[in-house]
Design a protein around this ligand. Structure first.
Ligand SMILES: Nc1ncnc2c1ncn2[C@@H]1O[C@H](COP(=O)(O)OP(=O)(O)O)[C@@H](O)[C@H]1O
Ligand SMILES: [Mg+2]
Length: 262
């Protein structure tokens, strides 16, 4: 595969992450790396700790143990907005958009962190703020074009079918121009055609913007098609890691998926 050759050194390293909620160990000594430009899939049964892992990476959850190193910077505690400022964006398992707002306005919210000019500066230096606004619009229009959603740019998000809402959420995440994009079940609940579209967009984002992607996905067909490597979680533990082919043939993975007694 051509894509494999572009993969660079690790940009994200999670090491020995332990995260508990009361008595529940959501993550138990989980370590792995994400390499520059790759598409890494995290798979595993429900409750395995997949969403929790994304929440640790983007600073929503603070693990009791372990460390996260992103772009050479090791950190133990970080807030979500700091993760975003460092170049990590995400979409959610349940769509988190402003349903009453238009597609365009929702995507603009993804630019918030990029907006440097304060309100005072906007009042004092109208020209600079105006130039910045034009640049934001240009970037947002580029993403709208890229994801082929021109025709719905003025439509309130709540009126769109589910598959398109997922695409708008991807657009908003891309508006932040992230180095690392975290996608929590981007294809859940989609029909076959919507899944094919989303697969194509994920691959295009990876190819054209060079964005590194970590995605949680249940559909093994999708995982086999688009991911470079796979990490498998089960009951908060990493039970396997490797290429899609390696992971699919791994006894522990087969066992976890077939529900053989643990
Ligand atoms: N905020 C939370 N409070 C309490 N328990 C949680 C919380 N988030 C996740 N968990 C628990 O952690 C475990 C892993 O959940 P999650 O990461 O959502 O799994 P997955 O995404 O693989 O289905 C589950 O037992 C879940 O109930
Ligand atoms: Mg989940």
């Amino acid at each position: 595969m051509n894509r494999q050759r572009r993969i660079g050194p690790p940009i994200l390293t999670v090491e020995d992450i332990c995260l508990s909620f009361g008595g529940v160990k959501a993550l138990d000594r989980v370590s792995f790396e994400v390499r520059e430009h790759e598409i890494l899939a995290i798979i595993g049964p429900n409750g395995a700790g997949k969403s929790s892992m994304l929440n640790v990476i983007n600073g929503v959850y603070h693990p009791q143990e372990g460390s996260v190193t992103f772009m050479g910077k090791k950190r133990h505690r970080m807030r979500p907005h700091e993760a975003a400022a460092q170049g990590i964006a995400r979409t959610f398992q349940n769509i988190a958009l402003f349903k009453g707002m238009s597609v365009l306005d929702n995507i603009m919210t993804g630019r918030n962190l990029k907006m440097k000019t304060s309100f005072l500066e906007q009042a004092l230096y109208w020209g600079r703020a105006r130039a910045e606004e034009i640049e934001h619009r240009r970037k947002v229009e580029e993403i709208i074009d890229f994801l082929e959603i021109e025709h719905i740019r003025k439509t309130p998000v709540g009126r769109l079918p589910y598959g398109l809402q997922k695409r708008v959420e991807l657009a908003r995440a891309l508006a932040a121009e992230p180095q690392l994009l975290l996608l929590d079940e981007p294809m859940a609940g989609m029909n076959v055609e919507e899944k094919q579209d989303m697969c194509r967009f994920v691959l295009d984002v990876n190819d054209e913007f060079g964005t590194t992607i970590v995605l949680i996905e249940h559909d093994m067909g999708v995982v086999m098609d688009i991911s470079d490597r796979v990490v498998v979680l089960d009951y908060g533990r990493k039970i396997a890691e490797g290429t899609p082919e390696e992971v699919r043939a791994h006894p522990a993975v087969i066992e976890a998926y077939l529900g053989v007694a643990h």
